[in-house]
Ligand binder design. Structure first.
Ligand SMILES: *Cc1c(COP(=O)(O)O)cnc(C)c1O
Length: 359
């Protein structure tokens, strides 16, 4: 067996220790005689797994008790609709547009009410996050929505927008658990699991209890946050195996020393890669230094004709999935929590060597 360094933007790497634990428990989970995949979601074994996952997450992110944690399906994309269905109800919401994912959220919300653009990275060609002074917030808005980390462009907020009494909603699909977070600043946080939490198929929602209210008339039961909160995310069959793996990832984070330690490691990983890129004119980082993502490092080769051989050479030394998103081209190295620091070191060595030969 040979494991590679997988720089995919998602689904992405999982910690090896977690994969091994799951493998060990695959046929017989802790003497139950069955796989977690085969368990009833209402049985004692699985409800224990589910509760422990929630408690571990609550501990590692210090989530206050007035927040409900929901384990849902449909990906972050379903949340683009579920948020306005439940929180907008014909009113007006502020959205900050920082790239491809915020645009998708805006397009969905526009179907349920009025969307005001409260800020945009457009004048920076989406290579920079608008600074706090540039935000134009409506104090009457139902909520403010933003994308703290734009996975495709590789831009990340270095600050949390101050929205006063207006609830702040964040799509943290690609940077949740990447560093410490003050959850009390948010009304609602959502994240697809497949980047920093676990396998695809699970979507995490952290919602302040006072936001659980009557959704837009006609909202299907399955899209009503209250129904999931009242039923401990078991109104229907949840993605049990993904939930179990998420719980193992939360425990791994705790064993590693928590989000403080993980955050420091992520800062180091990203900084050393950006330093390397800035060091050579052969490589270029399109994103402004104050907006660079720790999770998705985008860069270009000065000569795009070398892209194919860069990728081919990288693959041959076990560095996989470095090609940028098809809409932006160039390269992207996703450095989620499970990417070991050694993976970044091997990538840096490879990039130095490639520059030395072809630069
Ligand atoms: C990946 C991603 C999405 C889409 O997630 P799905 O689970 O595929 O719906 C949305 N927002 C951000 C920021 C993402 O990184």
């Amino acid at each position: 067996m040979r494991r590679v360094y997988n720089f995919s933007s998602g689904p992405a790497m999982l910690p090896e220790a977690v994969l091994e634990k799951i493998q060990n428990e695959l046929l017989d989970w802790q003497g139950s005689g069955m796989s977690v995949m085969e368990m009833s979601h209402r049985g004692e074994d699985f409800t224990g797994i589910a509760e422990r996952a929630e408690l571990t997450l609550r501990r590692i992110l210090s989530i206050p008790s007035e927040y409900k944690i929901l384990f849902l399906q449909g990906g972050a994309s379903a949340q683009f609709s579920m948020v306005p269905m439940n929180l907008l109800c014909g009113g007006s919401a502020d959205y900050i547009d920082t790239g491809i994912w915020s645009k998708k959220a805006i397009a969905e919300a526009s179907r349920y009410g009025q969307v005001r653009l409260a800020g945009s990275g457009k004048r920076y060609d989406f290579n920079r996050i608008p600074m706090p002074e540039a935000l134009d917030l409506d104090p009457e808005a139902a909520y403010v929505h933003y994308t703290p980390n734009e996975t495709i462009g590789g831009v990340e907020f270095s600050y949390i927008p101050d929205t006063g009494a207006v609830p702040l909603v964040a799509d943290m699909s690609s940077n949740i658990l990447s560093r410490p977070l003050d959850v009390s600043r948010f009304g609602l946080i959502y994240a697809g699991a497949q980047k920093n939490i676990g396998p695809a198929g699970l979507t995490l929602v952290i919602i302040r209890e006072d936001l659980l209210s009557e959704p837009t008339p006609g909202t299907p039961t399955i899209f009503d946050y209250r129904v999931h909160a009242e039923n401990a995310s078991m109104y229907n069959t949840p993605p049990t195996f993904a939930w179990y793996i998420a719980g193992e990832v939360f425990s791994w984070i705790e064993q590693e020393g928590g989000v403080d330690v993980i955050g420091e490691r992520n800062r180091r990983k990203a900084n050393k890669l950006y330093d390397l890129i800035d060091q050579y004119s052969f490589y270029q980082a399109p994103v402004a230094p104050d907006s660079r993502s720790w999770m998705n490092v985008t860069f270009k080769l000065a000569d795009a004709n070398l892209d194919a051989s860069f990728l081919k050479g990288a693959e041959s030394v076990g560095l996989k999935n470095l090609q940028g998103h098809r809409t932006v081209g160039g390269m992207r190295a996703s450095l989620y929590n499970a990417m070991p620091e050694s993976g970044v070191d091997v990538l840096i060595d490879y990039m130095r060597e490639f520059e030395r030969k072809l630069g």
